[in-house]
Design a protein around this ligand. Structure first.
Ligand code: HEM
Length: 536
């Protein structure tokens, strides 16, 4: 009898514990809706999480606490609070939260989800010095220009034939090629790169799904949604691909070492025929793996994890930004016209815009900022509390997940005037030259907490230089050369207040915030000299 009573009390306690926690901890945790047993606040979340968070924020305030299964979560949606958490208390929120999918798919050895410690610092420094800092990014400019030309030629061919191009499919190919060339070098064949793109698409999809096993402790080893099965299938597919890429490179390096010995020749080259040594990032990682005296010795799993990280973090983000920017321009012909005026005035019609023109194209840069404001590819900055801390009147528990809702902050009328309007002018200030623009002070590098598309501080995106160098030129090239006539997919169009057809700007679910409808357009050449420009 006593045992039964105890069991009954235990069940009742487990069921009402969330309710008690909500009532008795309100003075310690930020405000929170009442939670349900076991699932916590899961029932309040829809398929697009940042929208659900925004809804809750509107009701409970700019900092709220939720419990997703057994995981405490804090959602922050104001610039001041973002600064408080990400800057004032940076050390306490210096980790990203790794899910079951992320651990498996990055070999628990990548960069983005490594704890902030010696390994992370080492690999981040190596990345900035050799791959993504402003010096290496500039040194890869000609390589990016080649890929951009290849993409523009595709649009030109479609234009000649009057055919449509699916930009939702083609833009990730371009960004994937760029990342691949920078990380793996030119010695990799296109088949590898194409396969990598398809696999990475699957990786991003699986990572973006809310897996109950991550949140409900007693479901940790149960695969209710079949996600674990898909993780394993995806893992097998790309592990085989990475193994092939790495072992091919090791073989090449062995052969070159032998040749070098035979010829007593100091010039080892993977990527060029000019006899100069050109090392790509993979070579640098392999050098480290083979170096017995390395400060931090990388393993094969580290190298694979790092490659997966750069491909997943760098492909979709840049492609989605370009796609949203083009969609906004299609819906805002006056903005498009102003952008063209700037390009025609600064660059003219006889040569292609190049990356080095970007500083002279403030309006194009403002279009990019406005796109990143309204459509941040990572709408939620996601961190983990590594040590319990007090912020204002609240105590944030260790291991709580922190979400900074970039997407909602961009839509807050307290911060932005007419926040839902696409108005690049908000990032400009008056110039002394009539008709010209000058960029205003708000940047995208995490200094201004109302705009954090790349995050902030020590875990800020290391790809920011690459993205801000590559994207304005790509956007400007498309604007310079083509008019895009929307070919459309069902549901892709709406009617605006003046009964004009406009693109439907709905978002789809996912880790990054993609458009719900594909962007399919027929490119129409603007310049009679198109072929000459592309060939010059
Ligand atoms: C428009 C393009 C991009 C956007 C908007 C973007 C955004 C972000 C954001 C918001 C974060 C989290 C930052 C934080 O927690 O504070 C991040 C992290 C990261 N991004 Fe990007 N990213 C972009 C492009 C790239 C590219 C091109 C690469 C590399 C090729 C890249 C590599 C990474 C990596 C490795 C991390 C993890 C950094 C860490 O853990 O410290 N990203 N990115």
């Amino acid at each position: 009898m006593i045992v039964e009573l105890l069991a009954l009390f235990l069940v009742i306690f487990l069921l009402i514990r969330p309710l008690l926690t909500s009532i008795f901890r309100t003075n310690r945790l930020p405000p929170s809706p009442i939670a349900l047993p076991i699932i916590g606040h899961f029932h309040l979340l829809g398929p697009i999480i940042h929208r659900s968070f925004q809804r809750l924020t509107n009701r409970y305030g700019p900092v709220i606490s939720l419990r997703l299964g057994s995981i405490p979560c804090i959602v922050v949606s104001s610039p001041d609070l973002a600064r408080e958490f990400l800057k004032t208390n940076e050390a306490n929120f210096s980790a990203h939260n790794a899910s079951i999918a992320i651990d498996r798919l990055t070999y628990a050895s990548g960069v983005a989800f490594a704890p902030y410690g010696p390994y992370f610092k080492f690999i981040k420094k190596l990345t900035i010095n050799e791959l993504l800092g402003s010096r290496p990014v500039s040194s890869f400019a000609s390589l990016r220009a080649k890929e951009r030309d290849r993409f523009l030629r595709l649009l030109a061919e479609k234009s000649e034939r009057g055919e449509a191009v699916n930009l939702t499919e083609e833009l990730p190919k371009l960004s994937n090629n760029v990342v691949s060339l920078m990380v793996l070098g030119t010695s990799n064949d296109r088949d590898h790169v194409d396969e990598a793109r398809l696999v990475i698409k699957e990786v991003t999809k699986v990572i973006g799904e809310f897996n109950l096993s991550d949140f409900v402790w007693f479901l940790r080893n149960v695969d209710l949604q079949g996600i674990r099965k898909r993780i394993e299938a995806t893992f097998k597919r790309y592990d085989a691909l990475l193994e092939k890429v790495i072992s091919d490179r090791e073989e090449l390096r062995r052969r070159k070492k032998m040749n070098k010995k035979d010829n007593n020749d100091d010039n080892v080259s993977n990527n060029s025929n000019d006899g100069l040594e050109v090392k790509d990032f993979l070579d640098i990682l392999l050098d480290n793996m083979e170096d017995e005296n390395a400060e931090i010795k990388l393993t094969r799993a580290h190298i694979k994890g790092i490659i997966v990280d750069y491909f997943t973090a760098g492909t979709d983000t840049t492609a989605i930004t370009t796609e949203w920017a083009l969609a906004e321009l299609i819906n805002h012909p006056k903005v498009l016209e102003k952008a063209r005026e700037e390009i025609d005035r600064v660059v003219g019609k006889s040569r292609l815009v190049s990356e080095s023109d970007s500083p002279d194209l403030p309006y194009i840069q403002a279009i990019l900022k406005e796109t990143l404001r309204l459509h941040p590819p990572l709408p939620l900055l996601e961190r983990k509390c590594v040590k319990e801390c007090k912020i204002g009147e609240y105590v944030i528990p260790e291991n709580a997940m922190l979400f900074v809702n970039n997407w909602a902050m961009a839509r807050d009328p307290k911060t932005w005037e007419s926040p839902l309007d696409f108005r690049p002018e908000r990032f400009l200030q008056a110039s002394s030259e009539p008709g010209e623009h000058k960029l205003g002070p708000i940047d995208v590098k995490g200094h201004h907490f109302q705009l954090l598309p790349f995050g902030s501080g020590r875990r800020m995106c290391p790809g920011v230089n690459l993205a801000t160098q590559m994207l304005p030129a790509l956007l400007a090239n498309i604007i310079q050369l083509f008019d895009l006539t929307v070919a459309g997919s069902p549901g892709g169009h709406l009617r605006d207040g003046n009964d004009q057809a406009v693109l439907n700007m709905e978002e789809g679910p996912g880790f990054t915030a993609p458009r719900l409808h594909e962007l399919v357009c027929v490119p129409v050449s603007r310049l009679s000299s198109l072929t000459t420009i592309l060939e010059s």
